[in-house]
Design a protein around this ligand. Structure first.
Ligand SMILES: [Mg+2]
Length: 223
């Protein structure tokens, strides 16, 4: 059988880090004299830091300022994550195991910075399932651009048409569609409307990862 792959979004799909990110952004904005609201969070979640910071603080920011503000925010986030710990979402470990047993190569394709990916791999011990992880530093365009998933597929040596993307966000599903990939939308964390996820091109929409297994994902590719 030709290789096939499962490409995982991380935040909101494998782990729920929303609270931690919200606190870190609020503190980061407070230091700049700006509020950070629930609406700001909704408007920016899942995007890369350079785009988020320019959205929050203005287009005038230099690349240097974006880099240092972004790093400060991520340090706040990682310190809090280490303190409180991070758990995989229900069904995640079983599905990683089942997909591997069914022959899938697996990767993470995330907007998160490398240090956050490494921290979550460390805290959840899922590195053993993954052939590669693609993060913020590996891409120049955020989702809904397909770049992050195309790089993941390329590194695994799997054709995009044989990849299933696991995503919680509309932009991530759009990225999968734009990359010529199948996708599963998981509503457990984000609670995005089913219609919005389907409009974005989701092949399948589920409430929880525990509804899935390796054969179901392979079936989405008609394997
Ligand atoms: Mg996500």
């Amino acid at each position: 059988m030709l290789p096939w792959a499962v490409l995982w979004d991380m935040d909101g799909t494998l782990v729920d880090t929303a609270e931690l990110h919200f606190s870190a952004w609020r503190e980061c904005c407070a230091r700049q004299g700006r509020d950070f609201t629930e609406a700001d969070f909704q408007a920016t979640f899942g995007r890369r830091n350079p785009e988020i910071l320019r959205f929050l603080l203005g287009d005038h920011l230099t690349d240097q300022e974006v880099a240092s503000l972004g790093e400060a925010k991520e340090q706040l986030y990682r310190a809090e994550a280490r303190k409180t710990g991070i758990e995989l979402l229900p069904g995640a470990r079983n599905l990683l195991t089942s997909a591997r047993e069914h022959g899938a190569f697996q990767a993470i394709g995330s907007s998160a910075p490398r240090a956050n990916l490494d921290l979550i791999l460390e805290l959840t011990d899922i590195g053993q399932y993954l052939g590669t992880t693609v993060g913020m530093e590996d891409t120049s365009r955020g989702k809904p651009d397909p770049e992050v998933f195309l790089i993941g597929a390329q590194r695994l040596g799997v054709n995009p048409s044989r990849c299933v993307v696991m995503e919680d966000a509309v932009a991530g599903i759009q990225a999968a569609s734009a990359g010529g990939m199948r996708s599963v939308a998981i509503r457990h964390v984000g609670h995005h409307p089913v219609e919005a996820l389907q409009m974005a091109g989701a092949t399948l929409v589920v409430e929880c990862l525990s509804e899935l297994n390796g054969p179901i994902l392979a079936g989405l590719l008609n394997l």
